[in-house]
Design a binder for this molecule. Structure first.
Ligand SMILES: C[S@@+](CC[C@H](N)C(=O)[O-])C[C@H]1O[C@@H](n2cnc3c(N)ncnc32)[C@H](O)[C@@H]1O
Length: 263
């Protein structure tokens, strides 16, 4: 008798973790976000499991379902798109479960931002180019942004950004990115429904961001990756350099001397 929050990944059913699939298979009630989770994920559910689309539910109705499951001794799998810790309304559901005295578990999932990076085969943290990734969204959506979390303020760092939930305001997004300090030719990846059968992944720049999004009529299920790491290789990492040593490998003396000289 418990609620398991399962990260279903970005779409493709084989990007679900083994643990997530097992949790869905063990559930009496499966609540899923039909608009964001591919229906193939439901293939893991038992044939007699009760399937509920979360889009039709308020938090109060979800809470009532959890309460009902607790009363009947049932296990619930609540499926979230990507990773449940990112824009999944997870906190309010965990609070509700705590109030109801229900056991909970959270199973991580592949987030859409890592799926988008994989789709374009880029590292987001390229040595000496970008060593941080900012996960954020544009202000102006339904949920107010905390102060000091504007795209403009984050753009000042010049590192890699993954921007969720913002495709409907692509013009404003481009203005804010540039106003924060990214040069207009900074590369951008636009990933729509990444890993779904109708996936669309486009390369543009901040200058051409708005026209690219509008030309393809993208306004939802779209993620943006922004930053120089999307096109630059940077320097090689120290970890695999022959001059670097650690607990599992000795350094080559000549390579080590060369590495130190470079520093
Ligand atoms: C409610 S948030 C959920 C994010 C999710 N928890 C994650 O880790 O990816 C929905 C937003 O995530 C992004 N997103 C989720 N799945 C996506 C996909 N398959 N392709 C592109 N963007 C996606 C979009 O920005 C979308 O507006």
């Amino acid at each position: 008798m418990r609620v398991v929050f399962v990260g279903a990944g970005p779409g493709a059913a084989d990007l679900l973790t083994l643990r997530g699939a097992a949790a869905i298979a063990a559930a009496d009630v499966v609540i899923w976000a039909a608009s964001l989770v591919h229906p193939d994920v439901l293939a893991h559910a038992r044939p007699n499991a009760r399937i509920v689309d979360s889009a039709a539910l308020t938090l109060e109705q979800t809470r009532a379902l959890y309460e009902e499951a607790a009363r009947d001794g049932l296990t619930v799998a609540r499926i979230h798109s990507g990773d449940p810790s990112l824009w999944g309304a997870l906190a309010e559901q965990l609070d509700a479960c705590r109030e109801l005295g229900l056991d909970t578990e959270v199973i991580p999932g592949v987030s859409s931002f890592t799926a988008a990076a994989a789709a374009v085969q880029r590292e987001l943290t390229v040595p000496e180019v970008a060593q941080s990734v900012i996960l954020t969204r544009l202000e102006g959506g339904k949920t107010p942004m905390p102060q000091r979390e504007s795209i403009r303020a984050f753009a000042a760092h010049g590192t890699t950004m993954a921007i969720f939930l913002s495709a409907a305001r692509s013009g404003q997004l481009a203005v804010e990115l540039e106003a924060g300090g990214y040069p207009p030719e900074t590369p951008v990846v636009v990933a729509y429904q990444v890993t779904w059968p109708d996936e669309l992944v486009l390369h543009c720049t901040i200058r051409t961001l708005e026209e690219t999004v509008k030309a393809h009529r993208l306004w939802k299920h779209t993620l943006f990756l922004v930053g120089r790491a999307l096109e630059q290789s940077g320097t090689r990492s120290h970890l695999y350099h022959p001059g670097h040593f650690h607990g599992h490998r000795r350094a080559d003396p000549a390579a080590r001397a060369a590495l130190r000289a470079r520093r």
